[in-house]
Structure formats: C-alpha cells, structure tokens
Design a protein around this ligand. Structure first.
Ligand code: PMV
Length: 408
C-alpha cells in the first residue's frame, strides 16, 4: 500500500538559546560566516527559551516548504539553502551505498519551527532556530559528526547552540572554514548556582540586524581592530574564571566585553546603537549594586538589542529581584517568569520588610521600563523529542498556523 504516511518520516528536536560572554562581532568571510575573533557563550535552559523544529520528508511532498512560528517562509534564503545542502552533502558522503537514504535525499522537505517565548520580546534567536534545524536534519538523514560547522552557516552564533553549558567558538584559520567550529568548555552542571535574569526592555524601535551592524563595524571602526588584539587574552581569562567558578572575575570580564562591543558599535560610522536609556539605567544600577556589595554580585551583557542578560548566583537572586521590582515597578502579575525565586536570606532587608535603597539615591524609579523578566540558568544542548511533540500533521502541514499563507 502506497499510503501517504507510510512514506513520510518525521523528526522533532528542541534547541537552546545562547548568550555570548565574549562576543563575536565581525566576519572575515561573509559567505562562509567565518568570524574575526573566537567567542565564548553560555547555553541557556530550554525550559524557558527554546526553538522546536519538526522536519519531515515524503515522496508525496510536492515542494520544499518551511513555516516559522506559524507563518510560511520563502525557501529562497541563501543561508537556509546552505544549511540544507551541507547536511545532505555530509549524508551523501557517508551513506552513498544505502538506497533508502538516497531516496530520502531526493524527497521534498517540510520544516516547521516554533519558539516557546514571545517573538515580540525581541529574543527571537536565529541561533536556537538554526541549531535546531541542523540537529533535526542530522537525525532525519542519519548524519553525525561536527554539526556546529553547518549551524554556523545559518547564523554564526548558532554554532554555539549545538552544545550545552559553556561553549567556545574557535574562529579557526583555514580559508574554507574547516576549523571554525564550536566546542564545549564545561557542561551545564559545572556551575550549578549560576543564574540568568533576562530583562526584556519595553522598546518599539527596529534595530540594525547583527549582519549589517557587524559589516559596518568591520568597514569603519578602528576600535574593532584594537578590540581584536585584546580578545585572545580575555578568552583565556574568562575560561579560567569559568573553570574556577570565580564569579567576581567572570562578572567583570563579561561586563567589559559587552561595553567594548557597544563602544565598537558607537565607533562605527555612522554609529550603530543598540542600547536605550533603559539599558544604560540597568548598567548604572548593576554597578551601584556591585559597589554597595564591595564585590560583583551581578553582571550584565547586551547583544544587538536593548535587552539585558544579567548573571548572578542563586543566593543573590531574591535581593536582585527586589531591587529590580523597586526600580522598574510593574503591575503585571506574570512579571517574573521561569524559575522560582528562592526564599530570601538577605541582609538588606531591615525591620518592617523595607529594603534600603538609599545607596542608589541618584537612580530614578522607572515604572513599566521592562516588559517582563525571565529567570533561567545554564542548560544542555539540543535533544530529540517524542513524536507527540511534533509540529506537523501526519500529512506534513503545520498543526498551528498564524495566517492564511500556509494552505492545508
Ligand atoms: O550570529 P549572529 O549573526 O546573530 O550574530 C551574533 C552577534 C552577537 O549576538 C551580538 C554576539 C554573539 O557572539 O552572539
């Protein structure tokens, strides 16, 4: 019987978001996505932030199709095509004598991907999306080996989402990019009390994409050239801080690198600015907290947007959350999302439950500055999910559609 579903094969995978501590900014090869510097990131838990992708092949599919968050996407995307063709090439290389696999390689592909976090938050990470697609395709076609090099072709930072915990993307030296790949430094269990607070800033502006922004920096920023000379030392220093779970040093290196990235952006001509007044207020607040504490209690890092990624230790989460509530009051009952905030063991709280913020007296209180806060922690790399998590019907079309574009 040549029924539709008998010839279809489905795989569903989840993949994490990662946040760089030492940032990647600037390519030496735009097509192969080869960076000018190596970078280090931490992969975040998929309980709070993840991409999920179902891929399917069938002899009955008429054309390759893709849906992202319920909307059909064009397949005419150079990076998407590069990822698919590279996975297929790897598969052909390894399984050229297997007819069943060869059949599958000819069949059309349906791809459906969704994030578990609101797209409006500006966290829509191409890193999680491309890592997920590459991982899912590798399972579909039975390919193993280094997937980070293929994920890199989708979006540079995606190569780091192939691994959990702390990850380095070695820039490599080879012209063809053979050695430009990610590698785990330590797993997500290495630093169990490290926590991350993502401060989603209320902001309507459209920001310059990272591809355009970094290209402009490469062309015009002298500071970028200077930064590149200093990065290797910073990489070594942060690796050491991670190995030793030395939060104070970890925090300083992380904040300095974020500041340097945004200084490079301002040195780009015309300047590119990702940080808003709220982002700058968060930076000042973090330094005020650390000064009051006589040691770093919290660190910030900003990517190509105004949202802050704060790093801290579990024991300090209640104190920092209280301070954030005070300076960025919100009436949203769901303001803090994700992991539960641990019980307070705080010296700041005086009798009557009033917190003493006089040390931060020159900072304004800004109601509704943040949309919400996500409380999360380091997490593992991509995983295969059960078929009941699948995003496609048995006929290969999305279960959830956001518009009328995707016909069922
Ligand atoms: O991989 P892309 O093109 O999304 O660029 C990522 C750039 C930063 O997020 C700013 C830094 C990084 O290393 O992730």
């Amino acid at each position: 019987m040549d029924s539709f579903t008998d010839d279809a094969e489905f795989i569903t995978c989840d993949s994490p978001v990662n946040i760089a501590l030492i940032k990647y900014w600037g390519k030496r090869n735009e097509k192969l996505i080869l960076p000018l510097n190596s970078s280090i990131s931490v992969t975040l838990s998929q309980d709070e932030l993840r991409a999920r992708t179902t891929v399917a092949v069938s002899r009955n599919f008429k054309e390759d199709k893709m849906w992202l968050n319920g909307r059909e996407q064009s397949m005419k995307n150079a990076r998407l095509q590069s990822v698919i063709s590279n996975i297929k090439r790897l598969c052909r290389k390894r399984k050229s004598d297997n007819d069943q696999v060869n059949d599958k390689l000819q069949w059309k592909l349906h791809i459906c991907s969704e994030n578990n976090f609101p797209t409006a938050a500006g966290l829509a990470s191409s890193a999680a999306g491309y890592a997920c697609l590459v991982y899912a395709l590798s399972k579909l076609y039975g390919v193993d080996g280094d997937l980070s090099k293929i994920a890199r072709m989708g979006s540079g930072s995606a190569c780091r989402s192939i691994y959990g915990g702390f990850v380095i993307w070695n820039k490599g030296e080879a012209e063809g990019g053979e050695d430009s790949k990610a590698e785990q430094i330590v797993s997500e269990t290495h630093w169990p009390d490290l926590r991350v607070l993502i401060l989603v800033v209320s902001d309507q502006t459209k920001h310059t994409g990272s591809t355009v922004g970094m290209q402009a920096s490469v062309e015009t920023s002298q500071l970028l050239q200077q930064r590149l000379q200093g990065v290797p030392k910073q990489l070594e220093k942060i690796k050491c801080a991670i190995q030793n779970k030395d939060f104070h040093s970890f925090a300083e290196i992380t904040m300095r690198d974020s500041n340097q990235l945004h200084a490079v952006c301002m040195d780009t001509y015309p300047p590119v600015s990702y940080l808003t007044d709220i982002s700058h207020h968060i930076i000042q607040l973090v330094h005020a907290i650390n000064q009051d504490n006589n040691s770093n209690m919290v660190a910030y890092s900003f990517d190509a947007g105004p949202n802050a990624f704060l790093f801290l230790q579990e024991k300090d989460v209640p104190t920092v959350i209280d301070i954030l509530h005070y300076f960025y009051p919100s009436s949203d009952p769901n303001f803090i999302r994700g992991l539960q905030v641990p019980a307070k063991r705080d010296v700041h709280v005086s009798a009557g439950n009033q917190v003493d913020y006089t040390v931060f007296s020159d900072l304004k209180v800004i109601p509704r500055a943040l949309k919400f806060i996500i409380h999360t922690q380091p997490g593992p790399g991509p995983t295969v999910k059960d078929s009941d998590c699948g995003l496609l019907t048995k006929d290969g079309f999305p279960l959830n559609l956001n518009n009328a574009n995707g016909k069922i």
